[in-house]
Design a protein around this ligand. Structure first.
Ligand SMILES: *Cc1c(COP(=O)(O)O)cnc(C)c1O
Length: 371
């Protein structure tokens, strides 16, 4: 080996193929702090019960947390009617998504997901040396037939975000079941329900039922979105025992902090906060959608959303880039995702009502309409 090639450690080439995840911004180009409508955080904050549990847990900072998050898993199981043995907790659902890819895919394998879906899936595939494969979507929505057509003998894992980020679109249970039924039984279907609690309550357990019935379905949830605990990094997954066993073998040994476990347990006990968050979101999302509809003659439209954000399309005189700047001028950070094939769109997280009114007024002014 030459001296030059010995001079530094060599990263794996597939790792250099990764573009690091770009988090939502919280300041303008000039460094001005902005109100974040860019990371799908809960504008109502966190349940006061969870905040109290967080403070109390600080006293125990010197001791390691429960490595198995047992109390939290029991509480999750109680709230959702699941078996706690079939629940595993993670450092955010992000850890679990990565472990699902790592546990079941590697070099020579393919990890399949839909166009315009969650940016972490591409990273999770590449991290373990697998090939990420994108199936076309239809009207910004995962297309079951296109996903099934993209399955090859190399496909090992399929990721479906439902509702999807960044589009907000949602596949009803029958479509998810049709996707599952069309997959070979040795392909793992990961249904990522980070926004599952925003969906109408009657549909919320459908994916859990699929996971309970079949050995190749994993469902993930998070405390980062409706539960307002993004800072604590807590997610969880449920699926058949052999799937949970794989994730337990490769997860971090103390992967959920003691404060996180305590706060998440308390948050699960405050379903009134969850209900209020869902209702606030639905009302404010409808209001924003109405304003965008009024601006339809200026080329604005939106993608129907079941999540806590709205993808607004700018296909007239006013560009998404111009709207991004105008909103920043107004004090708001929203998400522009040209790198994900959405240069003509902004993903706007549903915020507090006052902020949403100012966002709406800004969009109207930008279109030359009275705000
Ligand atoms: C926000 C989000 C997550 C959650 O990430 P955490 O690591 O749990 O904070 C997972 N999937 C999707 C689609 C998301 O938008």
């Amino acid at each position: 080996m030459s001296e030059a090639s010995r001079s530094a450690p060599h990263p794996k080439p597939y790792i250099l193929g990764i573009h690091a995840y770009q988090p939502g911004k919280s300041q303008s180009a000039s460094g001005k702090p902005l109100i974040k409508l860019s990371a799908n955080e809960n504008p109502l904050g966190t349940s006061p019960l969870a905040l109290a549990a967080l403070s109390a847990a600080r006293a125990e900072a010197a001791t390691y947390p429960d490595p198995d998050s047992l109390g939290l898993r029991e509480k999750i199981a109680e709230v959702h009617g699941l078996d706690p043995a079939l629940v595993v907790c993670g450092t955010g659902s992000d850890e679990l998504l990565n472990l699902a890819a790592q546990g079941f895919a590697g070099a020579g394998d393919e990890v399949l997901f839909s166009r315009h879906s969650f940016a972490v899936y591409d990273i999770a595939a590449r991290r373990c040396g697998a090939q990420p494969v994108e199936a076309p979507d239809t009207a910004y929505t995962a297309d079951v037939d296109a996903l099934l057509a993209a399955v090859t003998p190399h496909t090992r894992v399929v990721f479906l975000a439902n509702p999807n980020n960044p589009t907000g679109t949602w596949l009803p249970p029958a479509e998810v079941a049709r996707l599952h039924a069309g997959l070979p039984s040795d392909v793992l279907l990961v249904v990522d329900e980070a926004y599952g609690e925003y969906v109408a309550p009657e549909y919320q357990s459908a994916a859990f039922e699929l996971a309970a019935q079949y050995p190749n379905v994993l469902v993930t949830r998070t405390f980062s979105k409706i539960y307002g605990l993004a800072a604590e990094r807590i997610g969880w997954a449920t699926g058949a025992a052999p799937l949970i066993d794989v994730l337990n073998r490769i997860r971090g040994p103390f992967n959920v902090t003691a404060s996180g476990q305590a706060a998440a347990c308390a948050a699960l006990g405050d379903q009134e906060f969850v209900r209020a968050s869902r209702e606030h979101n639905a009302a404010q999302r409808t209001a924003l959608a109405e304003v965008v509809t009024q601006l339809g003659n200026h080329g604005l439209s939106f993608v129907p959303s079941e999540a806590n954000f709205l993808l607004v399309l700018f296909e007239g005189q006013v560009s998404a880039a111009a709207a991004l700047d105008a909103l920043a001028e107004e004090g708001y950070a929203v998400r522009h995702l040209p790198g994900q094939g959405l240069p003509h769109a902004l993903r706007i997280t549903i915020g507090k009502s006052g902020d949403m009114a100012r966002v709406a007024a800004c969009l109207k002014r930008l279109c030359g309409e009275a705000a």
